[in-house]
Design a protein around this ligand. Structure first.
Ligand code: PLP
Length: 391
């Protein structure tokens, strides 16, 4: 491997940049996870995580990435043959649905154009049509990391309330938590799936589920087999989570990342993400010109402030642009997932990020478009700078 001098600009939508102080905090010597001093840190972290989730309810944690929390949430809440309503968003909603099927659950889907996002009226219709309340859970990916579209959860909740549907509302907040507003209690979310490696700015390593009282009641009746992810034994453990060893180093990191988030102010973190996301979108809109790369999201009301997917013009390969960015300029961009492979590249703009980092990435993308002879409008970076200078 040749040396790539300078700092890598990491514009992936997860994992994300880890602040120096978090890296140093994670490098703490090992401690006994039952040590009273550690328990104090642990309690502080759980309370802080609940503030970010905007919940006063329970949280269960696992040593696993987000997939583990998806699985933990399904096995704890449902019984074989139960039906879920999956709101299609893209690659991640499809994968969550696949996992549910592998666990013997039935999945109904509210289909959607991945570029425009699911129609809430169609969600409402599907719920209203379920007169016998066969649907036990509605699954919604808040921020579809593969497409860069946000799903308005408050509108999903309103559709459920309007139809008087009693299903549980499950939400994946893996790439929105700590980057975009998320209100577990206010939006009536029964089970929230989150992970450490995106807005929380930590290494990959733990994931968690925020759980409402209604979900806890469902847990008592759920019959899918479960082992490591079982919430019942967790409730009688001192840490109320983690069957087995607690990842203490990640908690030293979490204490620091919570401190950083609260020092900036959670609401201000959202404002920063919105500003950086808008700067990226303005650059892409200029590149789009007549026949250039364009925003994958065609619905201005659904844009994501943590990731932007950029759709290449016909016949141009997104991975060639990504390879140039990485090999020549040490900038890491996200690739297209599933059917978007090669068609889309993704600019992650979440976590520990500021204006110069975003502008450096945008300038690199613009150079790589030139190098790869991808037609594009000139001045994308200028448009981003103009916006950031004024905003
Ligand atoms: N859901 C979403 C929205 C994601 O972005 C990801 C990962 O990027 C996952 C689920 C899966 O999480 P993990 O890769 O941490 O297992």
């Amino acid at each position: 491997m040749s040396r790539r001098p300078g700092r890598q600009f990491f514009a992936n939508p997860g994992p994300t940049n880890i602040p120096e102080s978090v890296l140093r905090a994670v490098g703490h010597p090992a401690v006994d996870f039952n040590d009273p001093e550690f328990l104090e840190i642990y309690e502080y972290c759980i309370a802080g995580l609940k503030r970010v989730l905007k919940t006063k309810q329970d949280v269960f944690m696992y040593v696993a990435s987000g997939h583990g929390s998806w699985e933990g949430t399904l096995v704890n809440l449902f019984s074989p043959g139960d039906t879920l309503l999956m709101l299609e968003t893209g690659y991640f909603s499809e994968n969550w649905a696949e996992m549910a099927k592998r666990h013997g659950l039935e999945v109904q889907t509210v289909s959607a154009d991945w570029r425009h996002g699911v129609d809430i009226a169609a969600v409402r219709q599907a719920l209203a049509a379920d007169k016998g309340h066969v649907i036990k859970g509605v699954c919604a990916v808040h921020n579809e990391t593969a497409t860069g579209l946000l799903l308005p959860l408050e509108e999903v909740r309103a559709a459920m309330d309007a139809t008087g549907h009693p299903a549980l509302l499950l939400s994946d907040t893996i790439s929105s938590l700590g980057s975009m507003d998320f209100r577990m209690d206010e939006w009536g979310i029964d089970a929230v799936v989150g992970g450490s490696q995106k807005g929380l700015m930590l290494p990959t390593g733990f994931s968690f589920t925020g759980v409402s009282a209604k979900a806890l009641a469902a847990n008592a009746a759920a019959k899918l087999p479960r082992g490591y992810f079982d919430w019942t034994p967790m409730q009688s453990r001192r840490h109320k989570s983690f069957i087995g060893t607690v990842p203490v180093n990640l908690f030293f990191g979490l204490r620091e990342s919570l401190r950083l988030i609260e020092l900036e102010g959670l609401e201000q973190v959202f404002v920063r993400h919105a500003r950086l996301g808008e700067a990226v979108r303005r650059a892409v809109q200029v590149w789009a010109g007549n026949d250039g790369p364009q925003l994958f999201c065609t619905n201005p009301g659904r844009v994501s402030n943590s990731v932007t997917a950029v759709l290449m013009p016909e016949g141009k390969n997104a991975d060639a642009v990504r390879a140039t960015a990485l090999e020549r300029f040490n900038v890491s961009l996200g690739g297209g997932l599933g059917p978007l492979n090669g068609k889309v590249f993704r600019i992650g703009h979440l976590g520990d990020l500021n204006e110069p980092m975003v502008l450096g990435t945008l300038a690199t993308v613009e150079m790589c478009l030139k190098i790869n002879q991808v037609p594009h409008g000139a001045g994308g970076v200028d448009a981003a700078m103009e916006y950031l200078a004024a905003a």
